[in-house]
Design a protein around this ligand. Structure first.
Ligand SMILES: Cc1ncc(COP(=O)(O)O)c(C=O)c1O
Length: 464
């Protein structure tokens, strides 16, 4: 194999050279300050960001591992957790920690449930959790790491989990039920109140994943939006994950895991590292500032949603509660529209089952709604007349699989984009992965094949 080799440097290089290299690498990234990227970036505006970045730099050498040496970090962590607990109506007995992100908060919540069950439900030999099909994959990862089985419950037409199905799935191995507020794909909140009753009736723990909504929904309530109860106000809820590095606008990675009481947290065992940026985002922006930003985000979201629905052939999936949603089309190839948008500098994630484009509208997107809708109209016009791709040929699929194994990822991307005839230039930072490649992924019935393709692609992405 022809591998590009980078040896360990013999002598150090100058700081200027290091910074020049970093700038060069960064110049290849997708630009986001133009408001054309959805998700990934949460930026509170330059004034707030400046303080947050200074706070971040002030503590980049200190180590949260030893709270007696660095009592500042412990205080910052405790204060951040307290503020989020206040926002999510935790009672006086609450306990919590900061982690490096939503996935880690979810990981410790699942581990806590497993160890709580070891003590309180000793008959459980093969612990299981029940999760809506729309739950974030971090739960599946957490279960794989902790040796817990995850079983998925279906959703109704409104994309919220069907509580009657959850109840049917409960058995003597069940330790935890879960819900999202809101779920990533469609932005809807599962019926948390009903599920709280289910959890109490069955003596189960109940985790609500508020990674997306934890620092947005409370401010929407302040603004007068009707939001169904989703936090510790619901009696059966025992833990909540809330990401400070999403709608808290803190630098990555900062998340909070909260438990209804410290007895539950004892099963968490180890405490995760924390980042002070979280606190300073909360303090700099404050409740009024967050409500102002939430208001601006919702106005942009509403404008984008109604603009999308006004374009013939496009449809929003489910009724999102906040600023996270997906749209699809029965008329056009939605992935092709995604590629056309990417060519125009707008980067939207792609979803499957059903094929859709995903949007997480955050503060840096505000004010860009007209530009976006104009680009979307152009993108739709560009695909007008193209039939929705019916990709069922296993010949094509096996070609993709072989290519993904043999070719460097740069070539793989270029070739898969070639199936659509779209020009895809990863070096210029266009994030499109190619409608045809996505179309094929969706068309492959055997999900193990898709997993294999994904693993091959990841393997290539993370090798030199
Ligand atoms: C609902 C939800 N839960 C969990 C996560 C995982 O968070 P992180 O990417 O910080 O690990 C995400 C990420 O988008 C999410 O949307």
């Amino acid at each position: 194999m022809n591998r590009h080799k980078i040896g360990f440097p013999t002598a150090g290089i100058t700081g200027d050279a290091v910074l020049a290299r970093l700038r060069e690498l960064k110049s290849g990234d997708v630009p986001w300050r133009n408001g054309r990227m959805f998700g990934y970036i949460y930026h509170p505006g330059d004034r707030e960001a400046k303080v947050i970045e200074q706070a971040y730099h002030m503590f980049c050498n200190e180590n949260a591992l030893n709270p007696s040496l660095f009592s500042s970090l412990r205080k910052l962590e405790n204060e951040t957790v307290a503020m989020v607990a206040d926002l999510l109506h935790a009672g006086e007995d609450y306990a919590g920690n900061m982690t490096t992100g939503g996935s880690e908060s979810i990981l410790v919540a699942v581990k806590t449930a497993r160890d709580w069950a070891r003590k309180n439900k000793p008959h459980v030999m093969e612990p299981e959790i029940i999760a809506p099909v729309t739950i974030h994959p971090a739960f599946s990862k957490a279960c794989a790491l902790t040796g817990v089985r995850v079983r998925y419950a279906p959703t109704g037409d409104d994309k919220r989990v069907d509580v009657a199905e959850v109840e049917k799935m409960i058995n003597r191995n069940t330790i935890l039920i879960t819900a999202s507020a809101p779920c990533f794909p469609y932005g809807v909140i599962d019926p948390v109140e009903e599920m709280g009753v289910t959890a109490l009736d069955n003596n189960l723990l109940f985790h609500v994943d508020c990674c997306m909504g934890g620092l947005m929904l409370p401010f929407l309530e302040d603004l007068g939006y009707q939001i169904p109860l989703f936090d510790f106000r619901v009696k059966g809820v025992t833990s909540i994950s809330a990401d400070v590095h999403k709608y808290g606008y803190a630098p990555k990675g900062a998340s909070v895991i909260l438990y209804r009481n410290s007895e539950l947290r004892k099963h968490q065992y180890f405490v995760m590292s924390s980042w002070p940026g979280g606190l300073y985002a909360l303090k700099t922006i404050g409740r009024d500032g967050y409500a102002r930003m939430a208001d601006a985000v919702m106005k942009t979201t509403e404008a984008m949603k109604s603009g999308i629905e006004a374009i013939p052939g496009l449809k929003i999936i489910a009724e999102p509660v906040m600023s996270v949603f997906a749209f699809t089309s029965e008329k056009h190839d939605i992935y092709r529209i995604g590629d056309e948008l990417a060519k125009r500098g707008w980067n939207l994630d792609k979803l499957q089952f059903p094929s859709a484009l995903h949007m997480t509208v955050s503060y840096h997107n505000t004010g860009h709604e007209d530009e976006f809708l104009a680009a979307l109209k152009n993108a739709v016009a560009a695909v007008e007349g193209h039939k929705i791709q019916e990709v069922s040929s296993h010949v094509l699929i096996s070609i993709v699989r072989t290519m993904s194994k043999l070719l460097p990822v740069k070539w793989f991307r270029k070739l898969t984009s070639g199936f659509t005839g779209s020009v895809n230039n990863p070096e210029k930072g266009t994030a499109t992965t190619g409608a045809a490649a996505y179309g094929m992924m969706v068309a492959i019935d055997n999900r193990e094949n898709v997993d294999e393709i994904m693993l091959n692609v990841l393997d290539k992405l993370y090798s030199l």
